[in-house]
Design a binder for this molecule. Structure first.
Ligand code: GRF
Length: 198
């Protein structure tokens, strides 16, 4: 286990992407999960990770109000203790400061439910439907100070069907998220940044 890359996963919600990553990190995988942390103590994914025997941490952002640096300092304490080589943001809904990002630059990935650079930010499924797009999808990218703007390491495409609601599209995209993120992590952990296109 010692030569494997240590992976911390940050979540804010149910953690289905976290589970897809954790389940894939077995056997000859170059990585092992060492921490699942959340800014929401009520995040369903924390319990799911604990059931799999993974160390978890809840650092509630609310008591810090607008003081992002103070929240990140508390989060960084838990991260530094776990000493990850790679951080995967998986449905982590806090915007990180440039200072935090600089600390982990080149070692932090994020999954975003759109075909970047289209639809950075929120409500990506509704925006794709409103725009009349025929295709939509998901991207995994390196995290930089530009929100959803870092180098893309993988994308998966899905059709937008007539009559689709944002929920229909979100469900179709989520299936691809669970395929794409583990593939990108495996490749990224081996030092290869060639994008994976599904
Ligand atoms: C996913 O759609 C992800 O792309 C987005 O937030 C959602 C999180 O889902 N950033 P889960 O918590 O991984 O189930």
């Amino acid at each position: 286990m010692s030569d494997r890359k240590r992976v911390a996963i940050l979540i804010s919600g149910g953690g289905s992407n976290m589970l897809a990553l954790v389940r894939d990190m077995s056997g000859d995988h170059p990585c092992r999960p060492v921490l699942v942390a959340s800014n929401d103590p009520g995040a369903g994914g924390l319990g799911r990770a604990a059931e799999l025997g993974i160390l978890t941490a809840a650092v509630d952002h609310k008591p810090f109000g607008r003081d992002r640096e103070a929240f990140e300092a508390a989060l960084s304490e838990r991260l530094e203790a776990a000493a990850p080589d790679i951080i995967c943001l998986a449905g982590f809904m806090r915007i990180l400061t440039p200072g935090f990002i600089a600390r982990w630059q080149g070692r932090m990935l994020n999954i975003h439910p759109s075909l970047l650079p289209k639809y950075r930010g929120l409500n990506t499924h509704a925006r794709a439907i409103e725009a009349g797009d025929a295709e939509h999808g998901v991207s995994v990218h390196e995290v930089t100070a530009e929100l959803d703007g870092g180098p893309v390491l993988g994308q998966a495409r899905v059709p937008v069907r007539p009559g689709d609601t944002p929920d229909d599209l979100a469900a179709r995209v989520l299936e691809q998220e669970h395929r794409l993120y583990p593939l990108v992590l495996r490749r990224f952990a081996s030092g290869d940044r060639t994008p994976i296109l599904l």
